[in-house]
Design a protein around this ligand. Structure first.
Ligand code: PGA
Ligand code: ZN
Length: 424
């Protein structure tokens, strides 16, 4: 007999920035209790599904999520009670229908997603298989950990680089565990490099250092020295992935680089990236251009997309309709995958499959506001995306995802495969 949903309990907890978020405990008739918690972005795309906030300024400066919690208790729990917990698609469809909007603004994507994740976890537990095995049929692949070792932009209070994320990707390692170690050694070495320079070693929202710099190129120079000093070869062993998150510094038709005191057009920004990829072992550039600069994206992909992964985050917001347009127009060659941008597990998996069917890459991602929930680690292995970003190897909510990947690698034993260079 199939296991059914019996009780659902939601609560308001805190995320890594100390802002409220939604957590759900979901029980089934088989006696399972599964828990899931919702992440939250800071540099959110304008086309993302709606994160419902109370806007009640007497609590948490308006950021409370009591409305999302009561939507779960009062509207979602009765709807799902008695449903077969293994019917993820049916449950997600029922949630979407009950919401009735295109952007999940009625029930809230934070309410819907947290339930959707708890359902997957409960169904996996009832089936007595680990989540990574449950979410996809394989081949299972341990992803390259893209570790964000220098934080800028909105994640560092605009006191450092304009570019939001400078990631190291240990593609030359032979296993996930080895890649993680190389990344940690480089991260700790980078700390020394910064200290020697007299720069701050305080960390940003995603655990990377957030030094004051004089250009957006300077972090690349610092990272290259750290890679070398740690005993690795830039490019062969460890490549670099960037997420400028450029929508955050785009206004009135210009990309405004504060650290460099220059305002660049879309074309000039593309020239800048072309220069950077000539000088540094950059494997991937995410959100190099703004979330509606479709023409610019096409040009960027045509210019450097043969050699560099061009990833749409705010451009695609894990939304099949936007990804479809991107595939048709050759706007990129990869998609960033964030569960809460779209709001259900089913739609997230569809987004990955759509990208993979078009021979695009998919990078599974955390948000800058996280909890200790490590769902994305399992998801990346299950779907064989080959890439994950979960911040620096620092801060509990970041390393929890990497630690989960270590556990999965151990579970897979001799069958485990590390994506390595083939990921890009
Ligand atoms: P966010 O940033 O979670 O603050 O949106 C992550 C990213 O831009 O990739
Ligand atoms: Zn991004």
């Amino acid at each position: 007999m199939n296991s059914t949903i019996t009780t659902i309990h939601a609560r308001e907890i805190l995320d890594s920035r100390g802002n409220p978020t939604v957590e759900v405990d979901l029980c089934t008739s088989a006696g399972t209790r599964a828990r899931a918690a919702c992440p939250s972005g800071a540099s959110t795309g304008i086309h993302e599904a709606v994160e419902l906030r109370d806007n009640d300024n007497t609590r948490f400066l308006g950021k409370g999520v009591r409305n999302a919690v009561s939507n779960i208790q009062d509207r979602i729990a009765p709807l799902l009670s008695g449903m077969d917990v293994s019917d993820q698609e049916g449950i997600d469809k029922a949630l979407i229908e009950q919401d009735g909007t295109k952007n999940k603004g009625n029930l809230g994507a934070n309410a819907i997603l947290t339930i959707s994740m708890a359902v997957a976890r409960a169904a996996a537990a009832d089936a007595k298989v680990p989540l990574w095995k449950f979410l996809g049929k394989g081949p299972y692949l341990l992803p390259v950990p893209c570790m964000n070792v220098i934080n800028g932009g909105a994640h560092a209070n605009w006191q450092g680089a304009d570019f939001q994320e400078y990631m190291i990707a240990p593609v030359g390692a032979t296993s996930f565990g080895e890649a993680l170690r190389w990344g940690c050694e480089t991260y700790q070495t980078l700390k020394g490099v910064l200290k020697k320079k007299g720069a701050s070693v305080g960390v940003g929202d995603e655990g990377g250092f957030a030094p004051v710099v004089s250009s957006n190129e300077e972090p690349l120079i610092l990272i290259i020295s750290a890679i070398e000093e740690a005993g690795y070869t830039p490019g062969t062993d460890i490549g670099i992935a960037l997420d400028p998150a450029s929508s955050e510094f785009f206004s009135d038709g210009k990309y405004r680089l504060l650290t460099e005191k220059s305002d660049l057009s879309s074309g000039e920004m593309i020239d800048r990236y072309a220069d950077l990829v000539r000088s540094y072992p950059i494997l991937s550039i995410e959100d190099g251009l703004g979330q509606d600069d479709w023409e610019g994206w096409k040009e960027l992909t045509a210019r450097i997309g043969k050699n560099v992964q061009i990833v749409g985050d705010d451009l695609f917001v894990t939304n099949a309709l936007r990804i479809q347009k991107g595939i048709k127009d050759h706007s990129a060659n990869a998609v960033l995958i964030k569960l809460n941008q779209i709001g259900t597990v089913t739609e997230t998996i569809q987004a990955v499959r759509m990208a993979q069917d078009a021979h695009w890459k998919a990078m599974v991602s955390h948000r800058s506001g996280e909890t200790s929930d490590s769902f994305i680690a399992d998801l990346s292995v299950a779907l064989g995306t080959g890439q994950i970003k979960s911040g620096a190897p620092c801060r509990g909510e970041r390393v929890e995802k990497y630690n989960q990947l270590l556990r999965i690698e151990e579970d897979l034993g001799s069958e485990s495969r590390y994506a390595g260079r083939s990921a890009f």
